[in-house]
Write a protein that binds this ligand. Sequence first.
Ligand code: FAQ
Length: 342
Amino acid sequence: MTTEVTGTPDETVLEAQFADTIGRKDRIEPRDWMPEKYRKTLVRQVAQHAHSEIIGMQPEGNWISRAPSLRRKAILLAKVQDEAGHGLYLYSAAETLGATRDELTEKLIAGKQKYSSIFNYPTLSYTDVGTIGWLVDGAAICNQVPLCRTSFGPYGRAMIRICKEESFHQRQGYELLMTMMRGTDEQRASVQESVNRFWWPSLMMFGPPDDDSPNTEQSMEWGIKTHTNDELRQKFVDMSVPQAEALGVTFPDDGLKWNEERGHYDFSTPDWDEFWAVVKGNGPCNDQRVNHRKRAWDEGAWVREAALAFAENSAAGATDDAAPTDDTAPTNPATTAEEAAK
Ligand code: FAQ
């Protein structure tokens, strides 16, 4: 929707137009009027999502130098690089809401903004690269495909591209595990052990149960979320069980069984105390992840400053170049700031 506002905007009219756009399941665009709470909720969610992609590079990045073959190394490098790209699309979407990347990163390293709980668990073996691809990217896809239709245009459009890449990530993980399952007993045991560790944290990625989710109701009304946390968690369980069977592994849950009446798998309750402990900063790797991000941010300051100075100099040079020339004036070879500096 594009609402051109002239004169003094009447808040009630703008609110009605906003509600109408949401009701039609149309997109809200950055220059449209939006309630302040809608903007804040989006900044919170998009920033958390962007931070997750960037922090999410660490657990797998940890294994790049120890990949078992050149092929696996090339795949992992490409995947981790994709995650950096996802973070950048998402920070750009947040920028259209008036939140700069610098400001959001500062909040992340000060512990004022969150990132996904899943990245606070360690990667103990190369097998974990496969399990993260299968389960963590699988959960991310389940959660993110509906976000392609989210009500805020830049976020939805970023998600379309991200989901295509996540799909490759999930397949490479499943293929890695499938290769190991065709290997030795030791390799099969390693896959099962890794799946046992990642199953419950993957289910927690969908957020707290609906009854305990303060944001879901309003975010659903605004079309930011189109499914609840529990709906997506169920979808993920239903999708993963046949994949586990094909792979030849089990999930560490005695309560996992098909419920004919519901047409879904029943499963046990995740340990929500563990989830909240991790979200509040007390997971196994919270300090390590944030400290590493802080170090990279501090050590990269000179690169950001240099890039900015280069952009400013180039812009100044372009302006000088574009200035009309006075044919009668003596020729001065140093016409741009850059040339003058040589
Ligand atoms: N971890 O009221 P709700 C990826 C917080 S990307 C930490 O239900 P909401 C790609 C929540 O922020 C993974 N915190 O919240 C990849 C809220 O706190 P606040 C990231 C969590 O927003 C793969 C409070 O709890 N994906 O994996 C978590 O309506 C492999 C109450 O919760 C996204 O961010 C959690 N798991 O629903 C990269 C997707 N869950 O801020 C590398 C977009 C909840 O009020 C390798 N986000 N919290 O203090 C969403 O869909 C939603 O934000 C939810 C949470 C569903 C995550």
